[in-house]
Design a protein around this ligand. Structure first.
Ligand code: SF4
Length: 188
């Protein structure tokens, strides 16, 4: 394994060097890296690339925004072009939750249960003003609507609008793909 530098109490990983030869980093230190580390990093990138290009959304909608989500999956917009068109009927087979529509407080525990049933890594998209913060149903002393999907699940992408058009959802999917490619997320 390559050495780990410790300077000023900070642990700094050595530079990645596929040829396993000494390299000089910008701070002037020489370091070696085990090729196995490089291979693991490449494998990780490949897995993330595969995940990003085969997102499987969970089939469920909450209110009117879900109509736009359905349109995004239909032939005109065709989310299959981006590898995200396989809507799964079971939470156990899905890795993306698209929260599309008003979230009533009665539905909150159900949504959380579905989220918990999804295997990690998994991601969530909040689609529409209602899902982001309650939208037009948010007013003082209201008691029926959850004012934000992030109170129930960790949200990765927010898509504003009332409702957002299918193009906006596709833009959100493309943003999510970039996020998935950049790294893993296993927390729930
Ligand atoms: S944001 Fe607008 S379109 Fe979407 S669920 Fe709320 S009221 Fe309906």
């Amino acid at each position: 394994m390559g050495k780990v530098d410790r300077k000023d109490g900070v642990v700094r990983l050595p530079l990645v060097n596929p040829a396993n030869t000494p390299v000089r980093d910008p701070l002037g230190d020489e370091a070696m890296v085990d090729p196995a580390v490089v291979r693991l990093a490449v494998l990780d990138d490949l897995l993330n690339l595969g995940r990003a290009n085969s997102l499987w959304p969970l089939t469920f909608g909450l209110a009117c925004c879900a109509i736009e989500m359905m349109a995004a999956g239909a032939s005109k917009y065709d989310m299959d072009r981006f590898g995200a068109g396989v809507f799964r009927p079971s939470a156990r087979q899905a890795d993306v939750m698209i929260l599309a529509g008003t979230i009533s407080k009665k539905m909150s525990p159900v949504i959380r249960q579905l989220w918990d049933q999804m295997p990690s890594p998994k991601w969530a998209i909040a689609m529409g003003g209602c899902t982001i913060d309650g939208g037009p149903f948010k007013y003082p002393n209201q008691y029926a609507i959850e004012e934000g999907a992030d109170k129930i699940v960790p949200v990765d992408i927010y898509i504003p609008g009332c409702p957002p058009r299918p193009e906006a959802l596709i833009a959100g999917i493309l943003q999510l793909k970039e996020k998935v490619k950049a790294g893993r997320r296993f927390e729930g």
